[in-house]
Design a protein around this ligand. Structure first.
Ligand SMILES: C[S@@+](CC[C@H](N)C(=O)[O-])C[C@H]1O[C@@H](n2cnc3c(N)ncnc32)[C@H](O)[C@@H]1O
Length: 399
C-alpha cells in the first residue's frame, strides 16, 4: 500500500507554532527506505516552508516575469520508433488558433500552447518548483553516478538540462510533443519528439529514474502510463510524478464563488468536463503505480499560494512566482482552447475572464492556494519479487 505523507505545508495556519518550519524535517514515515541502489542517498529533498498566514493587506506591486525566452531553434533527432516515424516534415507545422501556437504532432492531445509566451511561463514554473524544493530538482535523492534518466513531457527541457548539468554522469532524455527545446545542450542530454501515451520504444528495464511533471492536463490513461514506466524502468529504478489539483482552496473564505478567480476556475472545470477530460488525483496515480508493480509508493503534498499574500518569506516568493506565471499568459494558456472549443466562448471573453481572475491574484486579497503532489516509487529488484519456485522432492523410493 502507498503511504501518504502530508507535508507540514498542508497544516494551516502554522504561524502559531514556535517551531521554525524551515527546520522541521518531514515526518520520518515519509522518508523512502534506503535500498541497495548506489545512487540513492538517505535523505529526501525538503519542500519549502509551511507557513501560509496572510500578511497584512497593502497595495500590490506585482509585475510580470521578465526572464529571457528560450530558444525555439531545434532539437536532437529522435531514435527510430513507431511513434516517431514520418514526423520530421510535420512537427514544425504548428497549429495556430486565436493568436496562440499549438503542437501539431498528436494534434489536440494537449490543450496548452507551445509558443514563446508559454515557454517563458514554463521557465517560471520551473523556478517556482525549485523554490518549493529549496533548490532541489526532485524529491528523490539522486547522486551523480552513471544512470539513465527520462523526462516525460519535458517542455522547454529546462528540468532535463538542469538535471544533466548537476549530474554529469547521467544520460538524460527529454521527450515532448513539441520540439521547443534549445539546440545547444549539455553533451549528456538529448531531446526527442514523441507521444508518451503511445507505445514506448525504449529498451525494457532501462531507466534508473523517470521524471514526469505537470502532465495532468494531458495523460488520459494513467494505468498504461505507469505500466510503461514500470516496463522501461531498470530494477531498483525510481519514478517521480508531480501533479497539482485543479481546484483552489482558502482557509479564511476569501476564495469563494463571488470572486472572479473562482468564476474562472469553475468555468475551467466545466470546459474540461465538456472536453471529456478528467482531473487526475494522487490516488489515481498511486493506484496505477502500485498496480504496475512499483513499491514504496509515497505521496508528499505542498501548498502553492496563488499570489504573494503569504506572510512567510519563502511562501511569499512562491506566491510571487505564481503571480508571474499567471501574468505570463497563464490564465489564457490554460483555458483559451478548451473554453472556445467546448463552451463556445468568444476568445475575447476568455481573455476578459482571465484578466479579472488575475486581478484577484495580484491584489493579494484572495488567499487561495493549490495543492501540488509529489508521488515517488521504486521498481523492485528481481530478488525482491515474490516469485514462488516449486521444487519437487523425490524420496529414495521414488526413483
Ligand atoms: C505543463 S508542460 C510541463 C513541461 C515540463 N514537464 C516542466 O515541468 O517544465 C506539459 C508538457 O508536456 C507535453 N506533453 C503533453 N502531452 C504529451 C504527450 N502525450 N507526449 C509527450 N509530451 C506531452 C506538452 O507538450 C508540454 O510541453
Amino acid at each position: 500500500m502507498a503511504s501518504t505523507a502530508v507535508h507540514p505545508a498542508a497544516t494551516f495556519p502554522a504561524s502559531s507554532s514556535s517551531e521554525d518550519p524551515a527546520k522541521t524535517p518531514l515526518s520520518p514515515t515519509s522518508t523512502p527506505p534506503v535500498t541497495a541502489a548506489t545512487f540513492i542517498q538517505v535523505s529526501i529533498a525538503q519542500p519549502a516552508s509551511p507557513q501560509l498566514e496572510p500578511e497584512p493587506e497593502h497595495e500590490s506591486d506585482q509585475t510580470m516575469g521578465d526572464e529571457e525566452q528560450s530558444e525555439d531553434d531545434g532539437y536532437e533527432s529522435a531514435e527510430s520508433g513507431v511513434a516517431t516515424e514520418s514526423v520530421w516534415t510535420s512537427i514544425r507545422d504548428y497549429v495556430y488558433e486565436n493568436g496562440r501556437r499549438y503542437h501539431r504532432y498528436s494534434e489536440g492531445s494537449y490543450i496548452l500552447p507551445n509558443d514563446e509566451m508559454e515557454m517563458e511561463r514554463l521557465e517560471l514554473v520551473h523556478h517556482q518548483n525549485l523554490l518549493l524544493l529549496r533548490g532541489s530538482l526532485c524529491i528523490t535523492p539522486i547522486e551523480d553516478v552513471p544512470m539513465k534518466v527520462l523526462d516525460c513531457g519535458t517542455g522547454t527541457g529546462i528540468w532535463a538540462l538542469d538535471f544533466a548539468e548537476s549530474h554529469p554522469k547521467a544520460d538524460v532524455v527529454g521527450v515532448d510533443l513539441s520540439p521547443i527545446q534549445p539546440a545547444w545542450v549539455w553533451p549528456n542530454v538529448r531531446f526527442e519528439v514523441d507521444d508518451i501515451e503511445k507505445l514506448w520504444t525504449y529498451p525494457e528495464n532501462h531507466f534508473d529514474f523517470i521524471y514526469s511533471r505537470h502532465l495532468g492536463q494531458s495523460i488520459k490513461d494513467w494505468k498504461n502510463y505507469l505500466q510503461q514506466m514500470y516496463t522501461h524502468s531498470a530494477p531498483d529504478g525510481r519514478i517521480e510524478l508531480i501533479e497539482h489539483a485543479m481546484y483552489l482552496i482558502s482557509e479564511d473564505g476569501t476564495y469563494n464563488n463571488s470572486c472572479d478567480l473562482a468564476q474562472y476556475i469553475n468555468l475551467f472545470g466545466e470546459a474540461t468536463t465538456a472536453a471529456g477530460m478528467r482531473s487526475v488525483l494522487p490516488e489515481d496515480i498511486i493506484k496505477a503505480a502500485e498496480e504496475a508493480g512499483f513499491v514504496e509508493v509515497e505521496k508528499f503534498t505542498v501548498k502553492v499560494p496563488w499570489g504573494a499574500w503569504p506572510k512567510h518569506p519563502e511562501m511569499k516568493s512562491v506566491g510571487e512566482t505564481m503571480t508571474a506565471v499567471l501574468s505570463t499568459g497563464g490564465f489564457e494558456a490554460f483555458a483559451l482552447q478548451i473554453m472556445t472549443r467546448h463552451l463556445g466562448m468568444h476568445p475575447d471573453k476568455v481573455r476578459q475572464l482571465g484578466q479579472a481572475a488575475l486581478k484577484d491574484v495580484v491584489s493579494r486579497k484572495v488567499h487561495s492556494y493549490q495543492e501540488q503532489w509529489y508521488i515517488i516509487g521504486r521498481k523492485p529488484r528481481p530478488e525482491e519479487l515474490d516469485v514462488e519456485v516449486e521444487i519437487e522432492v523425490f524420496g529414495n523410493d521414488a526413483a
